[in-house]
Structures are given as structure tokens and as C-alpha cells.
Design a protein around this ligand. Structure first.
Ligand SMILES: Nc1ncnc2c1ncn2[C@@H]1O[C@H](COP(=O)(O)OP(=O)(O)OP(=O)(O)O)[C@@H](O)[C@H]1O
Length: 591
């Protein structure tokens, strides 16, 4: 998705589509069909505004009608009360939509997943009632016969088609540019895994607020334009459930997360809904709601990702790659990776935790933990389930704030800094659960990790290439992430963290789910990362692998440090054997 694409290749298909649509508009003389041709770009733009927030960040909005309705009322009321032309009213509607997006985002981004979606549902419903109470049951835009142009009122309704199309063209090009920008990459990373995005240096809250502001502005502006087309604004028609559903449906039907999706959705569903409404609206009022409901069910059943992706997959299936097109398999790391020596005792400290503690309610997850990590070291953190290992990482990484104690990075106090700031200071992290963008190539997935230091897409691509080389994945750069084995997914996750050029890398259960042979392939890669100067702290359950990898262990038990030392010291420690390793290990070690 982020492969180099010339501006021409990005924009020509959009221009060709708009030219064909404009040509069609020339020949349509029936005013009802002209209205339908105007509504298609309007709903496509509304779908694109939904797609910007929900398709690109994964935060599902059931309440986009709030922005649309505010935009519609802004244009209508400015016209009626102040005589302001929609030429100016629509930009103001965009500002109102953007501001309301920001105001809605501030409290609502505290919620996640279903809770966010449900909270979004509440805003248009509340606004619907507010506008009813205010007495704006129906606001009609006055007809201005003389100087119609000045008030966006045209005798030839084709002008509306061309205005709507021009807005769509600008929106599509802008979205295409967003998709290919660092900002778009960051949104994708948030969609994939917000915590991981933060750990890669992305300030997710700031970006989400920016995105809901832009999305709201677009929805507000197009809501304002819609008011000009229909000339009447009522709360139900602009804040109603059907409006929010329409944004969601055109995007879902056409294809979420792509510029073409909402356009395809609008092209199919709007004429269908309008035609059915014209034919059967008198006997079957609300037929459009039935069409949109049916469309959602059909999409969920037949093409869960939308028509665009279904067609994309069918075409891809037909042009199955020839054997020579298939990515070369990854070359196993030769003989144990680059030579590495454990750092000297007096090597400078890169990280120091001093007496850090953290409780969750009555559970003391981490208790007064003190330890240090030397530059270039590989430190293993082990302990039984629930010992506090992940919480310790979360404290080091800024996801969780300590109740007491402090964290020093290169001697600097970084306690309480958020993950994205720590990432910028050189702390990288991988997560237990790998959630790649299955449709994207390995290279594109890795690029999302290059956010912190890349000033441009080209630079990000370069950093990604270097990171893939470090883990031995460069020959698989073009493979789709969805086709990777468990081991390659782990390597890709490592490469993504390395693309952020961390000086300290926290690895959370990197061996989880891997077989013995795969672990053997991964060990030299991690040794190589350390040999090239990146300090590694790793949490792991697979102790047999850890003793071959780490220079030193910290053993946690019930949140506290139980033991610390060289592998042979720790595995021979009676307290560690009793708390964690068990008699099997001592029998094995003794054998
Ligand atoms: N957000 C939280 N809210 C409440 N309790 C928590 C939270 N996070 C961790 N805990 C509790 O803190 C303790 C330590 O959990 P933690 O996940 O850090 O241990 P762990 O050593 O990583 O375990 P595992 O090896 O099973 O992943 C556990 O008792 C856990 O239930």
C-alpha cells in the first residue's frame, strides 16, 4: 500500500472516473435523475469522511449524522437569519463540523471499541432533540430568483452535479494523498494496534483528535451542501439514524479503508434507494432504510470487507503469481549470527529502575523493583504467571505509571513519560500478540514502525529496508503479511520495532507459539540485534531458549525481584527453583 506510486498513477483513475461521470451528467435531462446524480457524490463524500475516521483508525462511528446535521443547519440558519450565501455558509459549516468533531473527540476518545461506537450514537440523537426544542422543526432556504448564482441556486440542475463532483474529486485526491502520507501510515498503525502504535512513537490521542476534526469538517461541509440541494432541513432528515447508517453503509458496502470503497457504495446504493423510493415510496415509506439494512446484511454475508476488496481478491486470484513472482523464501541466519560479546561489568547503564511499584486495587503487581541494564546487554526477565513481568514492561514503557519509584534512561528521569515520548528517546517494544495488516506487504507493515525518525515516506522506506535486513526478511519484503508463518510474523514484528531505531528494545514473549526449530532460528537474530548495539530486555517463558540467549536474568515472583544474576547462578538458585522452575528443571539441570 505504501509502495512508491507516482502522482499520476494515484490521480489518473480518479480523474478518469470524474470525467466519465461528468459526461453522463451532460446527457441526463430528467430532473429527478439529475438529483440522484448529485446525491451520489454527496453520499460518497459523506462515506469518505466516515472512512477517514473509522476506516483508517478502526474507531467505528455510529454518529456521523451529528456533523452532517450541524453543517446542514449552519448553512440553512446563516442563510435564513443573516442572509449569508451558501458559498460562504458551506465553509463555515465545515468549520462547525470540525470544531464539533474536536469537542466530541475530547471526551469520547477516553472510550474504546464498542463503547466508543455506542457513545458516538448518542450525539446525533441528542442534537436531534436539541434542534426540536429550539423550534427548528423545519428550516426552509428561501428561493432567490434574481442573482441565483450568488446564492448557489441554479435553474440548470446539472450545475449541482458538477459542483458535487468537483467536491468529490478534491476529496478523493486529498484522501489518496492522506493514504500515502506519514499521517496515513500513523492512522494505519493506530488501527492495527493502538498500544503498539504508541510504542512506535505515535501520539495516538493527538492524531485521533486531528482525524475526527478533519472528518467532522468534511461531514459538516457536505451536510451544508446537501441542505442547499434539498432546500429544507429537518432534525430527523439530518440527525436521524438513517443518515449515520448511510455513511457507514456506503463505506462498508464499497470497501472500508480505501478511497474507492465509499464511492462504489454510493454509486450502487444511492440510485437503488432513490429509484425504489420513487417507485414504491408512496406504498412502502422508508424503503431506503430497508435497502440499506439489506445491503449491510448482504455485505456481512458475502463480502465482509466490501465490494472493492472482494473484486480486488477475485482479480488477484485470477492473476495468481507465477512461481518466479513469488517472494524468495527467507534465508536462515548463518551459523549463530554476528559474533557478540557480553558487555563489560563497567559498561554504561542504559536503563535503571529504582524501587518501582504498582498496584491494581488490592493486587501488588510490581513491588519495589530495582535493577539495571547495561548498554549492549541482553537481559531476561522471567517469573511464573502473574509475577508482574508485563506490568514491569508497561512501567518501563510508559503504558502504566508507577505508584512509587523512578525509571532512568541514560541517567535521565523518564518516569511518567508517555510511550510515544519514550519511543522518541529510543525505547522500542514488541507485543505478545502480533496483529499485522494482513493485506499489506511485509515492507509496508515494517514501515509503520519508522514513524519516529523518518521525515518522509522515502526515509521510512529506507529505515524499513534496513530493519528487514537486520532480521533477514529483506527477500520477503513484498510478501503479503497474511501469508507469513508464525516465525516470519515474529521477525516482522521485530523489524517493525527496529525501524524506529531503538537503543533499548523490550521484547514481550517473542518465542510464544514457536516450535524448537523456529526458536533456534530466532535466537541468532536477537543476538545479532544486540551485537549491532541495541540493548535487549526480553520477557519469556521458554527458559531453555533464554539460558542460551541472555547475559543476565532478573527473576520476578509476586511482583518482587526474587533473584538476579548470570544464567547459571539463577537456574541453580534454590528459591528460584522452588518458586518457578520446579523439580523437573533441577533434575534436568543436574542431569
Ligand atoms: N490492568 C490490570 N488491572 C488489574 N490487575 C492487573 C492489571 N494488570 C495486571 N494485573 C494483575 O497484576 C498481576 C501481575 O500481572 P502481569 O500480567 O504483570 O504478570 P505476568 O508475569 O506478565 O503474567 P503472565 O506471565 O501470565 O503474562 C496479576 O495478578 C494480574 O492479574
Amino acid at each position: 500500500m505504501f509502495r512508491p506510486l507516482s502522482p499520476g498513477r494515484m490521480i489518473w483513475p480518479i480523474l478518469a472516473f470524474c470525467a466519465a461521470y461528468a459526461l453522463l451528467g451532460l446527457f441526463v435531462t430528467n430532473s429527478y435523475h439529475q438529483l440522484t446524480l448529485t446525491l451520489v457524490p454527496i453520499w460518497a463524500i459523506f462515506g469518505l469522511s466516515w472512512n477517514l475516521l473509522s476506516g483508517m483508525t478502526g474507531l467505528i462511528s455510529f454518529g456521523h449524522a451529528a456533523f452532517f446535521g450541524l453543517g446542514a443547519y449552519t448553512v440553512a440558519l446563516l442563510f435564513v437569519k443573516l442572509g449569508l450565501t451558501p458559498w460562504l455558509g458551506i465553509p463555515v459549516a465545515g468549520l462547525v463540523g470540525g470544531l464539533s468533531g474536536l469537542l466530541i473527540g475530547l471526551p469520547t476518545f477516553r472510550l474504546r471499541g464498542h463503547y466508543f461506537a455506542l457513545a458516538m450514537l448518542a450525539y446525533p440523537l441528542a442534537l436531534l432533540n436539541v434542534f426540536l426544542w429550539l423550534g427548528y422543526q423545519e428550516v426552509s432556504l428561501p428561493l432567490v430568483r434574481e442573482r441565483g448564482w450568488a446564492f448557489m441556486q441554479f435553474a440548470d440542475h446539472r450545475v449541482y452535479i458538477y459542483l458535487a463532483l468537483a467536491l468529490l474529486l478534491v476529496t478523493m485526491v486529498a484522501m489518496r494523498l492522506v493514504e500515502r502520507s506519514r499521517y496515513g501510515m500513523a492512522l494505519m498503525a493506530i488501527k492495527q494496534n493502538e498500544a503498539a502504535a504508541e510504542a512506535l512513537g505515535i501520539d495516538s490521542r493527538r492524531l485521533k483528535l486531528l482525524t475526527i476534526t478533519l472528518s467532522g469538517a468534511l461531514a459538516g461541509a457536505i451536510g451544508g451542501f446537501h441542505a442547499v440541494i434539498l432546500l429544507v432541513v429537518t432534525p430527523e432528515a439530518v440527525f436521524g439514524m438513517l443518515i449515520s447508517a448511510q455513511a457507514l453503509t456506503v463505506a462498508m458496502f464499497g470497501g472500508v479503508g480505501t478511497v474507492w470503497g465509499p464511492v462504489i457504495g454510493a454509486l450502487v446504493l444511492i440510485p437503488l434507494g432513490e429509484t425504489l423510493h420513487a417507485q414504491f415510496g408512496a406504498v412502502l415509506p422508508g424503503i431506503q432504510g430497508v435497502v440499506f439494512g439489506t445491503a449491510i446484511i448482504a455485505v456481512i454475508l458475502l463480502a465482509p470487507e466490501g465490494l472493492y476488496w472482494k473484486a480486488h481478491d477475485l482479480l488477484r486470484g485470477r492473476q495468481a503469481p507465477q512461481p518466479e513472482d513469488a517472494p524468495a523464501p527467507r534465508q536462515p541466519s548463518p551459523s549463530g549470527g554476528p559474533a557478540r560479546v557480553a558487555p563489560a561489568e563497567d559498561a554504561p547503564l542504559i536503563l535503571r529502575a529504582e524501587g518501582i511499584s504498582r498496584a491494581f486495587g488490592g493486587v501488588k503487581a510490581v513491588r519495589d523493583v530495582t535493577f539495571s541494564v547495561r548498554q549492549g546487554e541482553i537481559l531476561g526477565v522471567i517469573g511464573p504467571n502473574g509475577a508482574g513481568k508485563t506490568t514491569l514492561f508497561n512501567l518501563l514503557n510508559g503504558f502504566v505509571r508507577p505508584d512509587a519509584g523512578r525509571v532512568l534512561l541514560n541517567g535521565q528521569d523518564v518516569t511518567n513519560l508517555p510511550p510515544n515520548r519514550l519511543a522518541r528517546l529510543g525505547v522500542g517494544r514488541t507485543f505478545q500478540v502480533v496483529r499485522p495488516f494482513a493485506r499489506m506487504s511485509v515492507a509496508d507493515n515494517v514501515m509503520s514502525g519508522a514513524q519516529v525518525h523518518a521525515g518522509s515516506i522515502d526515509e521510512a522506506r529506507e529505515l524499513a529496508r534496513g530493519a528487514m535486513r537486520r532480521v533477514g526478511l529483506e527477500t520477503m519484503a513484498d510478501a503479503r503479511a497474511g501469508t507469513l508463518s508464525n516465525l516470519d510474523l515474529r521477525l516482522m514484528e521485530l523489524a517493525r520495532a527496529l525501524a524506529g531505531q531503538p537503543r533499548l528494545l523490550l521484547l514481550d514473549e517473542t518465542f510464544a507459539g514457536l516450535g524448537g526449530a523456529e526458536v533456534d532460528q530466532l535466537l541468532p537474530v536477537i543476538r545479532g540485534i544486540a551485537a549491532e548495539g541495541t540493548t535487549v530486555v526480553i520477557i519469556e517463558h521458554t527458559l531453555h531458549a533464554m539460558v542460551r540467549l541472555v547475559d543476565r536474568f532478573v527473576v520476578l515472583d509476586h511482583g518482587a525481584v526474587l533473584a538476579e544474576g548470570l544464567p547459571e547462578e539463577v537456574t541453580g538458585n534454590r528459591a528460584v527453583i522452588e518458586a518457578y522452575l520446579g523439580s523437573k528443571w533441577s533434575a534436568h539441570a543436574g542431569a
